[in-house]
Design a protein around this ligand. Sequence first.
Ligand code: ADP
Length: 542
Amino acid sequence: MDVSDLRREYMLAGLDERHLPPEPIAQFRAWLAEAVAADPLDPTAMTLATADAAGRPSARVLLLKGYDERGFVFFTNYGSRKARELAANAHAAMVFHWPAFDRQVRIEGVVEKTSRAESAAYFATRPLPSQLSAWASRQSEPAGGRAELEAAQAQAGERFAGGEVPVPDFWGGAGRRRLDRRAVAALKARAARPRTSRERTPRPMSASPRLPVAVVGSCIMDFCVSVPRLPRLGENVIASGLRVAHGGKGANQAVALARLGAAPRLIASVGDDDFGRSFRTMLRDEGVGVDLVGTSTVPTGIGVPMILGGGENAIVVALGAAMSLRPEAVGAARREIAAASALLLQLEVPLDSAITAMAIARGAGVEVFLNAAPIVEGAEAACRAADVLVVNETEAEALAGGGIGDGVESALRASADLHRLGPPVVVVTLGERGAVWSAGAGLGTARGAVWSGGVRRCETERGGFVPGFRVAAVDPTGAGDAFCAGLVWSRIHGVAWRPAVELANACGALAATAVGAMTALPDRAAAEALVASGERWSAAGR
Ligand code: ADP
């Protein structure tokens, strides 16, 4: 075989600098998401080239474990050849190759160790066997054979039996590539230049693949009843209508994302019962990935939304199997979370599972959207790990620790106040009035840009009120879920905050136009049509 005969035409879209976002990391994020969607086989694999003190190069393939505007992170044993070479010569190069798109991204710069805390945080998310093998192996040194390695691993297993496995001193820490100005320029200028003599036109946006979103949450079967009023203690109120529908914030948000055109994957737990099976079928039919939906011995959760005339409701929920989602099950989904464009979660799952998912996402540079609903004990701890916090007024009040007052101005103040819990961006939804958003004051960067979730976007606005849409609302159940999906969809597609909240408002409003959470979850065309021509709420027009 003559290898020089093996060639093909590089026909895919070319790269035009005018179409690149100002921040190269945003381009990288979008391309990585496309690569993940197109080919699930090691899309985060990259070649890392280092050189020893004498300039002799070596290269190997590693998996990327995180990235943000500061750089690209991988983990290694500090005794490995690459770590020793980097200690002697911190300059290195990294290449990602995504043949499905005729793309490569080259990054060059200086590598430094991450903090001990960062290494430990990542180490804690690794599966137990990987943790033990980190203790057992001295990477790149001739091992005494498989048997010796297995014995060392078993020894490590005994040493840490029953407890947490700490990060070894000689392991991890990570190489963080600091993107200096030159490296940024290199990424921008050199990314994805396929070799071909042909002129090619960039691919239109509409052809963009469905971006993956990890959703951690609940599946609840809703028994929606229409009632003239809420029952008093000891009273029976006869409902005028009964409708059984799939619901639960996790399932609602995942379906809402799928209808908007994303590729959500739900990490959840359902019962070994008809409801659980029905959820799997429904989710699959809607285009939601269900391979990470586990089965519990506890029955699938149920809810009773009581719908009052005038579009208001009150809900009783028994979470059932949703509370069986263990942190271990979330940990088993680390690969899928790390590869997602965003993580979206609510608090109808055990708090420690939610926090595990958030730690994995943050470690991988995945933006975390927390819809802190319902407010459960310890919800503040979850807020700390969120990049974007979305709450309604009741939840905002609970998190703020007291009355936030009524009206848009008070909601704006509350959203700004909630930054103290940790999230750089806070969104408070206000029912038919719309929503307010706030990007923390500490986030200001050059030229007033707002920095969120590791991607710096050129936005000069730091927050504000975005009025909702006037619709014939009949049941607001699921409006908040549709809102969250609209917000996430917009943000992973690089939409600025105000229009993102606007599209989210449109999704929420449309969801309120039919009884049941999922019935009226809109697709993107319907939401965009409402944004284009819908009537906005105004205090005067009430
Ligand atoms: P939740 O459902 O979580 O309590 P909200 O009631 O605040 O949250 O609703 C979420 C979003 O849905 C609102 O910000 C708004 O955009 C939209 N929405 C809700 N109810 C209505 C309504 N009656 N008319 C128009 N939009 C609505």
